[in-house]
Design a protein around this ligand. Structure first.
Ligand code: ADP
Ligand code: MG
Length: 249
């Protein structure tokens, strides 16, 4: 089998265009090219785990999809449009919701004001969306008047995911949503991701260090090493051998 085709086409069928299609992407920072010839697909309504050890380029890839890091060459198609030269705002408007690593809520604004940022930027069914978000993260409803900065790390992460969901994204990008969060809240965040996957017509790119969770939550995986995709496929293919080779520290 032609491994190159195998890597860039997860489903092996051209029948349905994937929501995201990245081809031969090169990108990085001023002096250092980080991503080298990355090709990747995210099918409609599926969760794709983006895995790899620290420093391999996962966040850089997410930032490049979002437009925060410029594309040097290659293409990024989203919903059948070429987006690699679009500004960040325009990509967000097309339906890419980004929950960056380390969460980026506004600490000086209240929970409600943080959510309003999502509501104002989003474009559909606001009340419905709010109800859904409070169902996913009931704690936020109890804390609407608190400043974002006084919430626990886990609560801030929930707020950050909630705000991204209020944009009604077609693609939700989650960069290590459970990083540095206490176990009880990790379970809630995991449950929320399962619920989002069940209820919403949304695709998810999930960067996650907890391999078991990534396996449970995802349909497909990609492994990066030194800025290139070294393995990919249906999540059932992610066995102990691959985990030991590319993911164990
Ligand atoms: N803003 C930046 N400027 C220059 N180099 C960066 C920047 N951010 C990350 N890098 C470098 O890019 C590489 C990939 O980092 P990153 O994408 O954050 O990896 P990961 O998310 O997989 O841990 C690392 O070598 C890192 O030092
Ligand atoms: Mg990272």
């Amino acid at each position: 089998m032609d491994t190159k085709t195998d890597r860039s086409s997860l489903t092996g069928s051209e029948a349905q265009k994937p929501l995201v299609k990245i081809d031969n992407l090169f990108a990085g920072y001023d002096e250092s090219l980080i991503l080298k010839d990355v090709s990747m697909e995210v099918p409609d309504n599926k969760v794709v785990a983006l895995l790899g050890r620290n420093g391999v380029g996962k966040t850089t890839l997410l930032n490049t999809i979002m437009g925060l890091v410029p594309t040097s060459s290659g293409t990024i198609e989203f919903d059948e449009q070429s987006i690699q030269d679009m500004l960040v705002d325009k990509r967000a408007h097309l339906g890419i919701g980004y929950v960056p690593q380390g969460r980026d809520i506004f600490p000086g604004l209240t929970v409600w004001e943080n959510l309003e940022v999502g509501l104002k930027a989003g474009n559909v069914g606001k009340a419905d969306r709010l109800d859904e978000v409070f169902e996913l993260f009931p704690v936020l409803k109890e804390m609407l008047k608190r400043k974002g900065g006084v919430l626990s790390g886990g609560q801030q992460q929930q707020l950050s995911i909630a705000r991204a969901l209020l944009l009604n994204p077609k693609l939700l990008i989650l960069d290590e949503p459970t990083e540095g969060i206490q176990p009880s809240i990790i379970d809630q965040i995991e449950d929320a991701i399962f619920a989002i996957k069940e209820k919403h017509n949304v695709s998810i790119i999930l960067v996650e260090q907890y391999i078991d969770f990534a396996k449970n939550a995802s349909d497909f995986f990609y492994i990066l090493e030194r800025g290139s995709v070294v393995e990919s496929g249906p999540i059932s293919r992610l066995d102990d051998e691959l985990t030991a080779k590319y993911l164990m520290v």
